[in-house]
Each structure stands twice: as structure tokens, then as C-alpha cells.
Design a protein around this ligand. Structure first.
Ligand SMILES: Nc1ncnc2c1ncn2[C@@H]1O[C@H](COP(=O)(O)OP(=O)(O)OP(=O)(O)O)[C@@H](O)[C@H]1O
Ligand SMILES: Cc1cn([C@H]2C[C@H](O)[C@@H](COP(=O)(O)O)O2)c(=O)[nH]c1=O
Length: 212
């Protein structure tokens, strides 16, 4: 069986993940690579429906553990239906958020516990982890300001959390990067789109070139 490459991008709100990874995917496609660009929660109809339930601003009564389980459920379905088949066909899968989001948001910022969130996610993902995770580093306040300035996407239930929550998310990511420095690489996302794009493309090509 062929094995593709699984790469994820992570970071706080408005860090620029979607903007940059979309440009990278376009470039790699032009160069002839088979690229699947996808996102969590979402990427397939069932997971997009779960996304709507989680992120709908009307769902204020959602319990934190319910939230964590819904993210894990969306993740499982997305992996089974889209990510794993693509990897088995040798594609490069670029995924906007993955399990590290759950560890940082639900485990650390919500206070459920990183180990607890890891346990429920192990059930969802089994052994499948990304070869590379790029953590887009930006002061969470700056990221939220970008969203506020551009207003080109809907504000969701997580966006409207207190700044202290978003700061905890960021701290959670830093902790994860310290624990797994071989997989999680930091990208300074507080630069121009062109600069962030160049570095992201470079990191991704380094992993592609290493693949036998
Ligand atoms: N390097 C940059 N400098 C200035 N603005 C940027 C930069 N990168 C992205 N933006 C703008 O910031 C906003 C958020 O970008 P984007 O949606 O790519 O972030 P994101 O990390 O995917 O956010 P989220 O996870 O919250 O959806 C967009 O309006 C985008 O045009
Ligand atoms: C996968 C995942 C995501 N989240 C949060 C992070 C964001 O606030 C939203 C997703 O919105 P985006 O515009 O697509 O970035 O969901 C989370 O809390 N836990 C997760 O596992």
C-alpha cells in the first residue's frame, strides 16, 4: 500500500492558517503533487453538520465534554471517509486543524485536561498522527483583531470566548510544541502573507523531500 503524507496546521483564531495553506496547496498542485486540502471540524458532509452544531452561537448550553466528544466524532468520520483513503492513494493531505486543536482548546483552555482529551481522541484516531504540524504563532489578540478587521467569515461560538480563553489556547499550543518538538514546528505568523507563505512552503517541501 502507498502511504502519503499527513500535514496539519494549527494556531489561534485569525492566525492566517486558511489563507496560507490554501496558497501552499495551489502551488504544490501546480508543481504536480496530489494534494487534498481539508479542514476540521468539517471536510465531509457529516463532519460539516457536526461543525454547525458545535460552532452555532445559539448553542450556549453546550457542556465542555459534549463539545470535546463532538470534535472527536467529527474527526473520526473525516479520517475514515477522506484522510485515510487519500493517504492510502499516496496523496499529501493538508489539514486545517486536527487533534492538537482539541488538546489546546478543550484539554487546556476549557480545563478538561490534556490527558483526558488525548484518551478520547486515541479512540477516534487510533495510531494516525501527522508527520508534520505547523503551529502558526501570533498573539491571540492580534489574530482576533484580524478577524474583526476583515469580517470575511462568520464569528462562531468559540471566537466570542474571552481573551483569557484564547490566551490559554495559545499557552496550550506552546506546551504541546515543547512536548513534541520533532513534529510540531512554530511559524512566526505575525508577518506579511508572502513571508509566512514562503516559510510554510519551505517546511512542507522539506518533509516531502525527506519521504522515501
Ligand atoms: N499574514 C497576514 N497578515 C495580515 N492579515 C492576514 C494574514 N494572514 C491572513 N490574514 C487575514 O486575517 C484573517 C484571518 O485569516 P485566516 O482565515 O486565514 O486565519 P485562520 O487562522 O484560518 O483563522 P480561524 O482559524 O480563526 O478561522 C483573514 O481576513 C485574512 O485575510
Ligand atoms: C478541530 C477543533 C477546532 N476547535 C475550534 C477552533 C476554532 O475556534 C473552531 C474552528 O473554526 P475554524 O474557523 O475552522 O478555525 O473550532 C476546537 O476547539 N477543537 C478542535 O478539536
Amino acid at each position: 500500500m502507498k502511504r502519503g503524507i499527513f500535514i496539519t496546521v494549527e494556531g489561534p483564531e485569525g492566525a492566517g492558517k486558511t489563507t496560507i495553506i490554501t496558497k501552499v496547496a495551489e502551488q504544490l498542485k501546480k508543481e504536480g503533487y496530489r494534494i487534498i486540502l481539508t479542514r476540521e471540524p468539517g471536510g465531509i458532509p457529516i463532519a460539516e453538520q457536526i461543525r454547525e452544531v458545535i460552532l452555532n452561537r445559539g448553542n450556549t448550553a453546550m457542556d465542555p465534554r459534549t463539545e470535546a466528544l463532538l470534535y472527536a466524532a467529527a474527526r473520526r468520520q473525516h479520517l475514515m471517509e477522506k484522510v485515510v483513503p487519500a493517504l492510502n492513494e499516496g496523496a499529501i493531505v493538508l489539514c486545517d486543524r486536527f487533534v492538537d486543536s482539541s488538546l489546546a482548546y478543550q484539554g487546556y483552555a476549557r480545563g478538561i485536561g490534556v490527558d483526558e482529551i488525548w484518551q478520547i481522541n486515541q479512540f477516534a484516531i487510533e495510531e494516525l498522527m501527522p508527520e508534520l504540524t505547523l503551529f502558526f504563532m501570533i498573539d491571540p489578540k492580534r489574530g482576533l483583531e484580524r478577524i474583526e478587521q476583515h469580517k470575511n467569515r462568520e464569528v462562531n461560538r468559540l471566537d466570542v470566548e474571552e481573551l483569557s480563553f484564547h490566551q490559554k489556547v495559545y499557552d496550550g499550543y506552546q506546551l504541546l510544541m515543547r512536548k513534541d518538538p520533532d513534529r510540531i514546528k512554530g511559524i512566526d505568523a505575525d508577518r506579511s502573507v508572502e513571508e509566512v507563505y514562503e516559510e510554510t512552503l519551505h517546511q512542507i517541501k522539506t518533509i516531502i523531500d525527506k519521504k522515501p
